[in-house]
Design a protein around this ligand. Structure first.
Ligand code: BLA
Length: 531
């Protein structure tokens, strides 16, 4: 039992989620050899959707299944090299089995895993089928839907309102019970910054989650694939079937399902969702500046599929939302820089009006505090010490400055850390008040130091997850329960503060230049007076 107390989070990152070898069981999938269009692998409910049992489809050609006319019509599309994401390909009322189906096609590859080594990848075509049985009036006119959604979010005055409006629009269009904007923080953890939910459904707004809840390879995949759907976390995945053992193709080969609409989700993640009481999800990537900024994460309390048109609407909305967010962030960053410049100008002017630099700085201490959103600030100017807000005591600050002066980073005029205690052991004693440190060494001899502090983040965070949930062992022996990962997270954020942003660090560097200018002017003045 003791062993299982450990969560092996690195194991999460090793799960190859793009080659699960299974699809979600409500659909059907064919893998085609790309020139002759013969069926090499099949998966899913082919009986209902295609009218044939899986084993009878293997080795047949697409023309036998679709009829030659349809295949001829498809040929130009199938010949495209850049068919990277599933495109809807066939007539709208296609009926091959007992229900009408939606079909989409894209190009992927088989990864042969022979003798444990990767062999040359083989290009294949992948055709995915889902029942076209979802009534939805809204999606009859997907362009108008997406237009309305975009018009509704555009007027939002700031980022918060913009994100909030997006959750409302997605929920209105799709009917998911809970729609959240999940934003990644600098260290990889995430926080729910906007939410729209059905009445009676618990709110996750403001909750934080550890980075390990969405492991690295999943984030990499979500950068390449804008929208994923898990239709039912309890359904048993359908395996990809190939020719019988001993045949020419018996070598185990797996399909790269990175772009498959029907890709079966990680069993670990499915377990996690079941533990959260979620039955179905849709997630849309938010990509800003080439990085995964966050996710539009949707939950439903009962299984849920989304018709093809609506999926396209959501995906398109995700793209446009991301572009606008990027533009808004750009404008916001400019505004912050302007604000900081004005603050700096006022600060510097007031300080230079005061004849003595030390006194000038001390008088402006509260402006200095606000300059970078700190919890406390300490000033060490020659022998004078002054401090306000939450911060360590004078002796501790002096010891800290001695450490800074002697440590390797002493060459830099600006030093920033979000976890002082992890670099300087004595800081554990005051970690609650000052886990984050931003230092400006204006001068070293005589010493002029400005130190900004930020409190430990732990007390400002609301944890996600239900601490009363019983802990169980999941498939694969991992503990993948919200509770366990939250515990791991709360350990990891101990002794950490809200990190200093690049803009804040830059602003402190600029402040240094202005202060040096003041010092220089004084020196010139003194020299002039002497002559
Ligand atoms: C995937 N984890 C995900 C996804 C989300 C989360 C949004 C994207 C897949 C989806 O559901 O569409 C996490 N979901 C959350 C969080 C909230 C939420 C934080 O709604 C908060 C409100 N997960 C773990 C641990 C492991 C793990 C410990 O907690 C590993 C052992 C794995 N999560 C994991 C994997 C995926 C994942 C492997 C990828 C799933 C896939 O796409 O196949």
């Amino acid at each position: 039992k003791a062993d299982s107390e450990q969560v092996d989070l690195s194991a999460c990152e090793r799960e190859p989620i793009h080659v699960p070898g299974c699809i979600q069981s409500h659909g059907a999938l064919l893998v085609l050899e790309p020139t002759r269009l013969t069926i090499k692998n099949v998966a899913g409910d082919t009986g209902t959707l295609l009218g044939h049992a899986p084993e009878t489809l293997l080795g047949r050609s697409l023309a036998q299944l679709f009829g030659p006319a349809r295949v001829k019509h498809l040929r130009p599309l199938l010949a495209q090299d850049d068919l990277a994401t599933p495109l809807h390909a066939l007539d709208p009322d296609l009926r091959l089995g007992t229900v009408p189906v939606d079909a989409s096609v894209h190009r992927s590859r088989l990864i042969k895993v022979a003798t444990g080594r990767r062999c040359a990848d083989r290009s294949v075509l992948v055709v995915e089928f889902e029942a076209a049985d979802l009534p939805d009036l809204r999606t009859r006119d997907p362009l108008t839907t997406v237009q309305q959604m975009l018009l509704a979010v555009q007027p939002a005055p700031d980022q918060k309102a913009f994100c909030q409006a997006a959750t409302e629009q997605i929920r209105r269009a799709t009917g998911y019970d809970r729609v959240m904007i999940y934003r990644f923080l600098p260290e990889g953890e995430g926080s729910v910054i906007a939410e729209s939910h059905r009445e009676g459904v618990a709110s996750y707004l403001g909750l934080r989650y550890p980075a390990s809840d969405i492991p690295r390879q999943a984030r990499d995949l979500y950068l390449r694939n804008w929208l994923r759907i898990i239709a039912d976390v309890r359904s048993v995945p359908a395996p990809l079937l190939g020719p019988a053992k001993g045949g020419r193709d018996a070598m185990p080969a797996v399909l790269d399902m990175s772009q498959c609409t029907l890709r079966a989700a990680s069993p670990i993640h499915l377990e996690y969702l079941r533990n959260m009481g979620v039955a179905a999800t849709m997630t849309i990537s938010i990509i800003v500046g080439g990085r995964l900024w966050g996710l539009i994460a949707c939950h439903h309390t009962v299984p849920k599929r989304i018709p093809r048109h609506l999926r396209a609407v959501c995906e398109l909305f995700g793209h446009m939302f991301s572009f606008q967010l990027e533009a808004r962030e750009h404008v916001e960053a400019l505004e912050i820089r302007h604000r900081l410049r004005r603050a700096r100008e006022t600060l510097v002017q007031r300080i230079s009006e005061e004849g003595d630099l030390a006194r000038g700085l001390i008088q402006q201490a509260s402006s200095l505090l606000g300059y970078v959103n700190a919890g406390g600030v300490a000033l060490l100017v020659e022998d004078a010490f002054f401090a306000i807000g939450r911060r360590p005591g004078e002796d501790q600050v002096r010891a800290l400055v001695r450490w800074l002066a002697s440590s390797q980073s002493s060459g830099e005029a600006v030093f920033a850390t979000a976890s002082l205690a992890s670099q300087w052991e004595p800081a554990r004693d005051f970690a609650q008040d000052a886990s984050g440190l931003l230092v400006l060494a204006v001068a070293r001899t005589p010493p002029i130091y400005i130190l900004w502090f930020r409190p430990e983040v732990l007390e400002t965070v609301r944890w996600g997850g239900n601490p009363d949930k019983p802990v169980e062992i999941g498939s694969g022996g991992y503990r993948v329960y919200p509770r366990k990962s939250f515990e791991a997270y709360s350990q990891s954020v101990r002794l950490h503060a809200e990190p200093w942003t690049e803009t804040e660090i830059e602003a402190v560097q600029l402040l240094r230049l202005s202060l040096l200018e003041i010092i220089l002017k004084r020196m010139e003045q003194v020299a002039r007076e002497r002559n």
